[in-house]
Design a protein around this ligand. Structure first.
Ligand SMILES: [Fe+2]
Ligand SMILES: [Fe+2]
Length: 177
């Protein structure tokens, strides 16, 4: 049985992951409207990843016989001043999520809930990658501020975040899409 304090925190985290998904959708739509299809595509894919993170947590709770209510989420920021602002927001969000994931792992460990601690290991690794790729993208869009097509070319050339299926990823409730 997962520790009650961990379950409560994980229920909150499901909301944070869905909120991140909505925020990335809002960013993707902004870039799509600016006719920057590679930046839009990158964030549409990130939105789907965040949705899957939420549903990995839902599946963990279901497997453990715990309730997994789907929470309401606060609205995302829509509309941005320039092409850099959304990526800066995304990097802040990923750093915040990293702290939340670490707090979840610490809570599980403190309670002697080693199954939940192990469940969090994949997310710890994932956050290192997400912060790194968002850091890279921020540098690129800052350099491309006056010519966003340079960022488009970077995304076309490097295809960050398109490393394919990860067989170590936890299962997603309803199956991954
Ligand atoms: Fe996430
Ligand atoms: Fe993320």
């Amino acid at each position: 049985m997962p520790a009650p304090a961990f379950v409560a925190l994980l229920n909150e985290q499901i909301g944070h992951e869905f909120a991140a998904s909505q925020q990335y959708l809002a960013i993707a739509v902004y870039y799509d409207d600016e006719t920057l299809p590679r930046l839009a595509g990158f964030f549409f894919a990130q939105a789907l990843e965040e949705r899957n993170h939420a549903l990995m947590m839902v599946q963990y709770l279901l497997d453990a016989g715990e309730a997994a209510p789907i929470p309401a989420v606060a609205g995302p920021q829509n509309g941005f001043g320039d092409v850099v602002e959304p990526v800066a927001l995304a990097l802040d969000q990923e750093k915040r999520v990293t702290e939340q994931i670490n707090a979840l792992a610490a809570s599980a460990r403190d309670a002697g809930d080693y199954s939940s601690e192990q469940f969090m290991q994949w997310f710890i690794k994932e956050q290192i990658e997400e912060v790194a790729s968002m850091n890279d993208l921020l540098k690129v869009v800052e350099r491309s501020k006056d010519n966003p097509l340079l960022a488009e070319e970077y995304l076309a050339r490097e295809a960050p975040g398109e490393e394919g299926a990860d067989p170590t990823a936890p299962p997603v409730a309803g199956g991954a899409v």
